[in-house]
Design a protein around this ligand. Structure first.
Ligand code: ADE
Length: 481
C-alpha cells in the first residue's frame, strides 16, 4: 500500500514514520510513504502558499493552486484519481473499522491543512473523505496523517509479524483489551492474577474475557453499550446455533454493526466485507428488518454500496429482491466444527518445507501465486475473486515439490472457503489436509470454524462430514446486485 502525504512539513512526517514497525514495513516493501511538499508547487517566486480569506476574518488560507498541483502530481504518477483524505476536525471521526477499510486501498492520499484551512474549491475538486482524529483542534494535519498511516498500516497483511494479531487486539469483539502481566510475579507487592500462572487455557480465556468486559464497562461505557446490544443478539442467535454461526462469529470477531434487532429478528452489517446479514422468525418483522437495512445502506454510502446480503429464511428472498434490488446468487448449507479440540495432522501435511511421501506442505501465499491459483479455480465467485483475495487477505497453499496443488482461505465475512485442489491432484487427501490446517488455525485464534457449502456440492459435503463438522438443517440464501 502506498501513502502519499501532501504537506508543508515533509520532514516531520517522514521522520515520524521511519522507525519501529512502520519503518520495518517500509523496508520490507509492504507499504511506502512519500511526503509531497506543497510549497514545491507554488507559482510565485516567494514560494508563498497562503493568502487572506475573501470576506475577511482571522488567519490565512492555503491557496487552491499549489494544493491542486501537488495532488495532480500524485494522480498523474499513479494514473488515476486516488482516494484522497483531508484531515480536518470537521471530518468523520477516524476509527478501527475505517482503518481496516482504508487498508484495502492500493494508494491513499492524505492532505494536511495548515493556517485556517484550505480554499474550498480545491477540496471540492480532489477530496473523497473528510476525517478527524478526535474532537480537538491541532495546529495542522501532519500528526493526524501520521496517526492514520500507523493504524492503517498495521491492518495491511504482513505488517504485524503475528499474522492474526491485527485483528485480535483492543477494540476487537467490541471490547477493550484485557490487562497483561510479565515477569516478575510480584512487583511492588502486587501479584500477577493466579489464573494466569495456572496453565489452564480455558480458565485463562474466561478470566480475560471477564476482565475485558469489566474494563470496557468502566472506561468506555459507550463501547460497552454496543457490546451488550450485540451480545444480546448473539444469545438470541445461539438458539439456532448451527444455522446462525455466520452471524454469531461476526459478532464474536468484532466485525458486526447492529442495524436492527427485535426478538429473533436480527440485521447486521459486516464492517470487513461489506456484506449484510438478515434473520427473522416472522414475515412482518422480517420485512421491517429489510427496510432497516435499506435505510442503513442509504445512510452509509448509498443503496448502490449494498452489493450482497445473506438471508436465513427463504421467504425473505422475494422481499429482499423488492426492497433492495438484489437477485439470488447461491444457496448454502452451514457446516460448523463444534468441537474445541484441534484435529490430528499426522500423515496429512507439514509446515516446515519438507514433504514426506503422501504429504503436502502448507504455507501462507500472497498475490505472487495469483496466476497459478486462478488456473484451477472453479468455485462460484469467478477467477478474479482469487486474485483479489490473495491481494487483500492471502490464502494458504498446499505444495508438492514446490508446485501449488491446492489452497484454502477465509472469506472476509468469516467462513472457511475458496477451497480448491488442482484436478490432477485430487483423491490424495489434499482438501482434507487444507481444511484440517484451517480448522486448527481458526481454533488457535479463538474462532469457531465454519464453512458454507453450496447446495449440490456433494464432494464438499462428504469432506465436511469426514472432518466431523455438523450441518444446520436450514439453508442460507445469498443474494447479490
Ligand atoms: N487538523 C487539526 N485538528 C485535527 C483533528 N483533530 N483531526 C484531523 N485533522 C486535524
Amino acid at each position: 500500500m502506498n501513502f502519499h502525504i501532501l504537506t508543508l512539513f515533509p520532514d516531520m512526517v517522514m521522520q515520524g514514520l521511519s522507525t519501529s514497525i512502520i519503518g520495518k514495513a517500509k523496508e520490507n516493501g509492504l507499504i511506502s510513504v512519500e511526503a509531497i511538499n506543497i510549497r514545491d508547487f507554488t507559482e510565485n517566486k516567494h514560494k508563498k502558499v497562503d493568502d487572506y480569506p475573501y470576506g475577511g476574518g482571522a488567519g490565512m488560507l492555503m491557496q487552491a493552486q499549489p494544493v491542486y498541483d501537488a495532488w495532480k502530481s500524485v494522480a498523474d504518477k499513479i494514473g488515476r484519481k486516488p482516494r484522497t483524505v483531508y484531515l480536518t476536525p470537521q471530518g468523520q471521526t477516524f476509527s478501527q473499522p475505517m482503518a481496516k477499510e482504508l487498508a484495502k486501498e492500493e494508494d491513499l492520499v492524505l492532505l494536511c491543512g495548515h493556517y485556517e484551512g484550505i480554499d474550498e474549491r480545491v477540496l471540492e475538486e480532489i477530496v473523497t473523505d473528510y476525517m478527524s482524529i478526535g474532537d480537538y483542534v491541532l495546529t495542522g494535519g501532519e500528526l493526524p496523517a501520521m496517526v492514520m498511516v500507523d493504524s492503517i498500516s498495521r491492518m495491511v497483511p504482513g505488517v504485524l509479524t503475528n499474522e492474526e494479531s491485527g485483528s485480535t487486539e483492543s477494540f476487537e469483539g467490541n471490547l477493550l483489551e484485557y490487562p497483561q502481566y510479565s515477569r516478575p510475579e510480584v512487583w511492588m507487592g502486587k501479584v500477577v492474577p493466579e489464573v494466569l500462572l495456572s496453565g489452564n487455557e480455558k480458565n485463562i480465556r474466561t478470566w480475560r474475557k471477564e476482565a475485558a468486559i469489566a474494563r470496557t464497562k468502566e472506561r468506555r461505557p459507550d463501547m460497552y453499550a454496543k457490546y451488550e446490544a450485540l451480545d444480546q443478539c448473539r444469545q438470541v442467535l445461539m438458539k439456532q446455533k448451527l444455522h446462525h454461526m455466520d452471524m454469531i462469529e461476526l459478532i464474536a470477531r468484532g466485525q458486526a454493526e447492529l442495524i436492527y434487532a427485535d426478538g429473533a429478528t436480527v440485521c447486521l452489517y459486516d464492517n470487513v466485507s461489506g456484506v449484510y446479514f438478515h434473520t427473522t422468525d416472522g414475515y412482518e418483522k422480517g420485512c421491517l428488518g429489510m427496510e432497516k437495512i435499506k435505510e442503513y445502506a442509504q445512510n452509509h454510502g448509498g443503496i448502490d454500496t449494498l452489493y450482497c446480503i445473506a438471508l436465513h429464511q427463504e421467504d425473505m428472498c422475494e422481499v429482499a429482491q423488492e426492497v433492495l434490488g438484489v437477485s439470488p446468487f447461491i444457496t448454502c448449507k452451514m457446516a460448523v466444527y463444534t468441537k474445541k479440540e484441534k484435529l490430528p495432522i499426522t500423515g496429512l501435511y507439514t509446515t516446515n518445507g519438507k514433504t514426506p511421501e503422501g504429504m503436502v506442505e502448507i504455507r501462507r501465499i500472497g498475490v505472487e501465486y495469483a496466476k497459478e491459483a486462478a488456473a484451477f479455480y472453479d468455485g462460484p465467485d469467478g477467477a478474479d475473486y482469487v486474485r483479489e483475495h490473495l491481494e487483500e487477505f492471502g490464502l494458504y497453499g498446499a505444495f508438492l515439490e514446490e508446485k501449488l496443488v491446492g489452497y484454502i482461505g477465509r472469506h472476509p465475512e468469516g467462513g472457511m472457503g475458496i477451497l480448491q485442489v488442482s484436478p490432477e491432484y485430487r483423491r490424495r487427501k489434499i482438501a482434507k489436509a487444507l481444511e484440517t490446517y484451517m480448522i486448527n488455525l481458526s481454533l488457535e485464534i479463538g474462532h469457531i470454524p465454519f464453512a458454507q457449502v453450496v447446495v449440490g456440492n456433494e464432494r464438499s459435503v462428504a469432506l465436511q462430514e469426514s472432518l466431523g463438522l455438523c450441518f444446520a438443517k436450514n439453508l442460507i440464501y445469498w443474494m447479490e446486485k
